[in-house]
Design a protein around this ligand. Structure first.
Ligand code: AMP
Length: 395
C-alpha cells in the first residue's frame, strides 16, 4: 500500500484521465442488465467533481478486437452514468482524434466526458506507446479505478503512465487493495481459503500461494474430483484433469507438510448428465456410481464446511461449490454463501461466479468485501503483482 491514491493529490482544475471498467452486461433488448460496475466508481468520480477537476473517463467494452462494433459502444453507459450522477455527461464517439482533443480543451471545472470504447483500437490491448501517448495527451493526471482490468498490461492502464504524473489509484482500487492486503499480509487467524470452480489448472497457482498463508483450505466444485481421483476415489464421469493428478497430490502433501488443514467434500450430488431434468442422488464420496457425474457438494459436506468456518476470523472465497447455474446443483454453493455470510470473520469474495451466487442468495450485505475483479482477483490470490497497480506512483 505504498501507492498514491486520488485523495493524496491536488486535482483542482486539473484534467484528469480516469480509467474505469464500464464493461457492463446487456440484456437481449440492449438495455444495461446490471450497472454495478458503473456504481462502483461513482465515489471516485464524485470526489473529483467535488474537488473541481475536469473528468475524462476511459473504458473498454467487450472484445471488439480493433474494430468499431456499434453493439459494443459505451453510449448507453454515458446515459446511465448521467442519471446516476445527476449531471450532464458528454459522450464522444471516439477515444482519439481532433474532435476529442477539441472537446477536452473546452472542458470546464466539474465537466465529465466519456470517450468511446478503447478497444475499437487494437493498439489498446497491444499497449502501443503511440496510442498511449495520445490518450495521455488529453490530461494532466492519471487515475486508475479499473481494478478488474489491472491484471492486463494495456495502453490505457499501463502505457499512459509513462506520459502522465502522478498516476494514482481511485477509491475502488484503494478498497480492493486494502481488503486484500488485510487478508493476505496480516490476517487475523484462523484464516480460511475456499476454492471452487471448474478446473484445478486455473486455480493451481492460487492454491500453491495460499498453502503458504492460510490455516485451512476448503476445496469444492469441479476441481475437487481431480483431488479425489489422485487419492484413489472412484469419481465416475466427473470433471477430471488427468494431467493435474500429480499436481493435486503435491498440493495435498504440501498442505500436510505445512500443517495446513485441507478439507475435501465427504458427499456429493451426482447425476447422469448436466441437465436440470436429470435424475439426481446424494451419495457419500466413496460411492459415486460409474458413469455418473459429481455436480455439487452434498449436505454433509455443507455441514462439515460450515463447522470448519465457525471459528474463522478471515475468509477468502473464489469459485462455486457446484454447477450452481442449475437449481438441482446449486444448494452446496448457496449453503456456502450462508456459512460465509453468517460467520464472524472478515470475508472477501471474488471471481465473477462467486459474487453472482452471493447476490442470488441475497446475502451480499453480510460479506465484508465483494471484489469487482475476476481474473485480477485470482492473480492477487496467486501472489502476483498486477501490472496496472505496479505502475502507480509510489508514496
Ligand atoms: P471457474 O470459472 O473456474 O470459477 O468455474 C466456474 C464454473 O465451474 C461454474 O460455471 C460451474 O458451473 C462450474 N462447476 C462447478 N462445479 C462443477 C462440477 N462439479 N462439475 C462441472 N463444473 C462445475
Amino acid at each position: 500500500m505504498n501507492k498514491l491514491f486520488v485523495d493524496d493529490i491536488d486535482v483542482k482544475n486539473k484534467r484528469v484521465l480516469v480509467r474505469v471498467d464500464f464493461n457492463v452486461p446487456f440484456d437481449s433488448v440492449g438495455g444495461i442488465s446490471d450497472d454495478t460496475r458503473i456504481r462502483a466508481v461513482l465515489p471516485t468520480i464524485n470526489y473529483l467533481l467535488d474537488e473541481g477537476a475536469r473528468v475524462i473517463l476511459i473504458s473498454h467494452m467487450g472484445r471488439p478486437k480493433g474494430q468499431r462494433d456499434p453493439k459494443l459502444s459505451l453510449a448507453p453507459v454515458a446515459k446511465r452514468l448521467q442519471r446516476l450522477l445527476q449531471k450532464n455527461v458528454l459522450f464522444l464517439n471516439d477515444c482519439l482524434g481532433d474532435e476529442v482533443k477539441n472537446a477536452v480543451e473546452k472542458m470546464q471545472q466539474e465537466d465529465v466526458v466519456l470517450l468511446e470504447n478503447l478497444r475499437y483500437y487494437k493498439e489498446e490491448a497491444q499497449n502501443d506507446p503511440g496510442f498511449a501517448r495520445q490518450l495521455a495527451g488529453l490530461a494532466d493526471i492519471f487515475v486508475n479505478d479499473a481494478f478488474a482490468t489491472a491484471h492486463r498490461k494495456h495502453a490505457s492502464n499501463v502505457g499512459v503512465t509513462a506520459f502522465l504524473s502522478p498516476c494514482v489509484g481511485g477509491f475502488l482500487m484503494k478498497k480492493e487493495i486494502t481488503y486484500f492486503d488485510k487478508a493476505m499480509e496480516n490476517p487475523v487467524r484462523p484464516f480460511v481459503a475456499i476454492l471452487g470452480g471448474a478446473k484445478v489448472s486455473g486455480k493451481i497457482e492460487a492454491l500453491k500461494n495460499l498453502v503458504g498463508k492460510v490455516d485451512k483450505i476448503i476445496i469444492g466444485g469441479g476441481m475437487v474430483f481431480t483431488f479425489l481421483k489422485s487419492i484413489g476415489h472412484e469419481i465416475g464421469k466427473s470433471l477430471v484433469e488427468e494431467n493435474m493428478l500429480d499436481m493435486a497430490m503435491d498440493i495435498l502433501k504440501l498442505a500436510k507438510a505445512k500443517g495446513v488443514k485441507l478439507y475435501l467434500p465427504i458427499d456429493a450430488v451426482v447425476a447422469e448428465a448436466i441437465d436440470p431434468r436429470a435424475v439426481t442422488k446424494i451419495v457419500p464420496i466413496q460411492e459415486v456410481p460409474p458413469n455418473w457425474l459429481g455436480l455439487d457438494i452434498g449436505p454433509a459436506s455443507s455441514t462439515l464446511f460450515a463447522e470448519v468456518l465457525a471459528n474463522a476470523k478471515t475468509i477468502v472465497w473464489n469459485g462455486p461449490m457446484g454447477v450452481f447455474e442449475i437449481d438441482a446443483f446449486s444448494r452446496g454453493t448457496y449453503a456456502m454463501v450462508n456459512a460465509v455470510a453468517n460467520s464472524y470473520a472478515m470475508t472477501i469474495v471474488g471471481g465473477g461466479d462467486t459474487d453472482v451466487a452471493v447476490h442470488r442468495v441475497g446475502e451480499s450485505y453480510k460479506i465484508s468485501y465483494i471484489s469487482t475483479g475476476g481474473g485480477a482477483f485470482l492473480e492477487l490470490l496467486e501472489g502476483k503483482e498486477l501490472p496496472g497497480i505496479a505502475v502507480l506512483t509510489s508514496k
